[in-house]
Write a protein that binds this ligand. Structure first.
Ligand code: ATP
Ligand code: MG
Length: 289
């Protein structure tokens, strides 16, 4: 499998980007994928959520604005197959510095190039900040595709339309002509409310082919895990939220393999539509969510 870069993005705050980044990364790693998580958010929640210390000068910032090598910033986590480039508050500066710099949209892409070429990771996940600023734009240019978490609440579709607009811009400008959404993941699904089901139905109706079959339930343990510096897999191995992220990881791998197989077969239409019902445990996760 060539290195796949996937940005977890939605400009809306608090929709589950970081929870998804941490737990998808941990589940992918536990399923044997070599994973690098890039924390692109000055809040650095993915970093602390994996129990990794924030260190000044230890993020992508130096590689974005200077000549530092991104590979020097990679830190191993306590989990097999899972490394991270931590975030830190300095990244705030990138929002101001980047627009003044030459080639400002391609800085992350350039910095990631050698890490990508080394082929030591199967998947590089980027946890984006909640904005459509320079950092997110750099992620949109550097990534192969996006995973877009959407919270099961009103205005969910508004968030996705802004993401879609930015994708169109980046594609049409030629900065990343192949950018696409690998999958939309519905988060914080609460089976006790009609609203969750209505939102899920609505998003399914509009994005039938893009939405992942797996829905992430609202689960207290998923919210608690970061304060213990652990992914859900370690904090709550038997939890429903953990199971959901495990199935999501399997589903993502299946989509990525589908795209790789399609491009090997020189099929011009990417086959990233998944028969999600075929995935083990999926019904269980959805029914109990
Ligand atoms: P930001 O835009 O600030 O970066 P985000 O999109 O990364 O936010 P998270 O930090 O992942 O969102 O989640 C926002 C809040 O919701 C956090 O307190 C998190 O613990 C909680 N949360 C996320 N997913 C779930 C879930 N499935 N069940 C319960 N709580 C969740
Ligand atoms: Mg976040």
């Amino acid at each position: 499998m060539p290195t796949n870069v996937i940005a977890v993005a939605n400009q809306k705050g608090g929709v589950g980007k970081t929870t998804t980044s941490i737990n998808l990364a941990a589940s992918l790693a536990s399923q044997g994928k070599r994973v690098l998580l890039v924390d692109l958010d000055p809040q650095a929640n993915a970093t602390s959520g994996l129990g990794v210390e924030k260190r000044e000068g230890g993020s992508v910032y130096e590689a974005l604005v200077g000549d530092a090598l991104l590979s020097d910033q990679i830190v191993r986590t306590a989990y097999e197959n899972l490394s991270i480039i931590p975030g830190e508050v300095n990244l705030c500066g990138a929002e101001i510095d980047l627009p003044r710099m030459e080639d400002c949209l391609h800085r992350l892409q350039r910095a990631l190039h050698s890490v990508r070429m080394a082929n030591v990771y199967d998947i590089i996940l980027i946890d984006c900040p909640p904005s459509l600023g320079s950092l997110t734009l750099n992620a949109f240019v550097a990534t192969d595709s996006l995973v877009v978490p959407i919270q099961c609440e009103y205005y969910a579709l508004e968030g996705i339309s802004m993401v879609q607009r930015l994708i169109d811009q980046v594609r049409n400008s030629g900065d990343n002509p192949d950018l696409h959404i690998t999958g939309i993941v519905m988060t914080m699904y609460d089976g006790r409310t009609r609203l969750s089901q209505q939102v899920l139905d609505e998003v399914r109706e509009h994005f039938a082919e893009t939405i992942f079959g797996t829905t992430i339930p609202r689960a207290t343990r998923l919210a608690e895990a970061p304060s213990h510096g652990q992914p859900a897999l370690a904090y709550d191995p038997d939890g429903l939220g953990t199971a959901a992220y495990d199935v999501l990881a399997a589903e993502l791998i299946q989509r990525l393999d589908g795209v790789t197989a399609a491009s090997v077969a020189e099929d011009s239409t990417p086959n990233n539509v998944v028969d999600a019902t075929a995935l083990q445990n999926l019904d269980l996760v959805q029914n109990q969510a």
